[in-house]
Ligand binder design. Structure first.
Ligand code: PHB
Length: 374
């Protein structure tokens, strides 16, 4: 692919906080607008496809940061069909042109490595077995998917899963990614361990906060040893309760993890800021990520449905260093440019978020040039 580096015009940069440069460890980012990890269900048979190269490169800016969709670390990690994996040689080979397409446009690309844990169904599991988790308690509501009762991992099986994350990180490097984001949020396996609303273990991986966070931190340590701490980010959502994964003391969990992560000197902490809880109760104003931001020494990224104005405030008030945009970036491949110009945005179409089409709702959102002036 031809080397095409998009550079935003200097016009306005600096005056718009989101468009100011930021040094994130060894990465010199040209702006603060990050592509959030977004599941798109277009990796047929768990293989990244050529259309993903088009999709990600469309959203690439020179020295802009992109985080891949959640990418499965092992056969048991699958939670939704047609999500990409990174545990086989073939998957690594299939990722290579996708990563290359981003690099050709000067982007910085982290692979989000993921295990769904109990947020899965036996039909998606090898030999139709039960999904694995820290617990054998299943998800009771079916609003977000069809869940099978999980099987609680034995203590001696846990190092094998840690190792799967380590290998996935090694494979990510082999595929050419610049780093990995460990998905420890949103009710999936790592968070199932972290939160006392789910974790009912009686071994050294359950009970105290320290014990519940052990699995996450063992993964961070193993991945750091494998690829270096300067290539690691982590995503956490202590205040959310997605997939019935909640904690009785999210503030303590947030601070404990921020402090524990400081010891590993990782690149960034990516915190999900939920707007509502499952009950429908709004939590934007009642919970704050600020203490976690203050405790964490590396770059702090937030995600949670910010628009341009909120993103601007977050950066201007130093509540975060970076802002990840999901739905807006999905629907606006040139989102940084639109923010720079304060241009109108394409609306996202929720009905095509997870369809299999390689173009519709995926790579056919128009760039600014094609948006009629109003
Ligand atoms: C999420 O982090 O909420 C998430 C991850 C993977 C999916 C869907 C949602 O496939």
């Amino acid at each position: 692919m031809a080397e095409v580096r998009e550079t935003m015009s200097a016009n306005g940069r600096g005056s718009i906080p989101l468009l100011s440069p930021y040094k994130m460890a060894n990465f010199n980012l040209s702006h603060r607008i990050v592509l959030a990890p977004l599941t798109r269900c277009r990796s047929y048979g768990n293989m990244p496809q050529p259309h993903a190269a088009v999709y990600y490169s469309q959203r690439t800016t020179n020295d802009g940061l992109l985080i891949s969709e959640a990418t499965i670390v092992s056969e048991t990690g699958l939670g939704y069909p047609e999500s990409p994996g990174i545990w086989t040689k073939e998957q690594v080979e299939a990722w290579k042109p996708v990563v290359e397409a981003v690099h050709n446009r000067g982007g910085i690309f982290f692979c989000q490595i993921w295990h769904a844990g109990r947020a899965s169904n036996s039909e998606l599991q090898p030999n139709a077995e039960a999904p694995i988790s820290c617990t054998d308690k299943g998800i009771t509501t079916s609003a977000d998917g069809f869940w099978s009762p999980p099987r609680q991992l034995r203590t001696d099986e846990i190092p094998l899963i840690v190792n799967d994350f380590r290998l996935a990180a090694r494979n990510s490097m082999e595929a050419g990614f610049d780093g990995v984001e460990i998905h420890a949020a949103n009710g999936y396996l790592i968070e199932q361990f972290m939160k006392d609303g789910v974790n009912d273990r009686t071994d050294e991986y359950g009970g105290s906060l320290e014990n519940r966070c052990r699995f996450a931190l063992e993964i961070v340590e193993a991945v750091a040893k494998e690829i270096g701490s300067d290539r690691i980010g982590i995503r956490l959502s202590p205040f959310a309760d997605q997939l019935e994964c909640s904690d009785s003391n999210p503030e303590a969990l947030a601070i404990y993890m921020a402090n524990a992560l400081n010891k590993y000197n990782i690149v960034y902490l990516h915190a999900v800021e939920p707007r509502t809880l499952r009950s429908g109760e709004s939590c934007k104003t009642s919970y704050s990520l600020l203490p976690m931001r203050e405790a964490f020494k590396g770059a702090f990224m937030v995600a949670g449905g910010c628009d341009r104005a909120e993103g601007k405030t977050v950066i201007a008030e130093k509540k975060a260093d970076l802002v990840a945009f999901g739905r807006l970036f999905l629907a606006n491949p040139d989102l940084p440019k639109r923010f720079e110009l304060d241009a109108p945005l394409n609306r996202y179409d929720r009905s095509t978020f997870y369809t299999l089409d390689p173009v519709v709702g995926y790579t056919d959102y128009p760039f600014l040039e094609y948006v009629p002036a109003n």
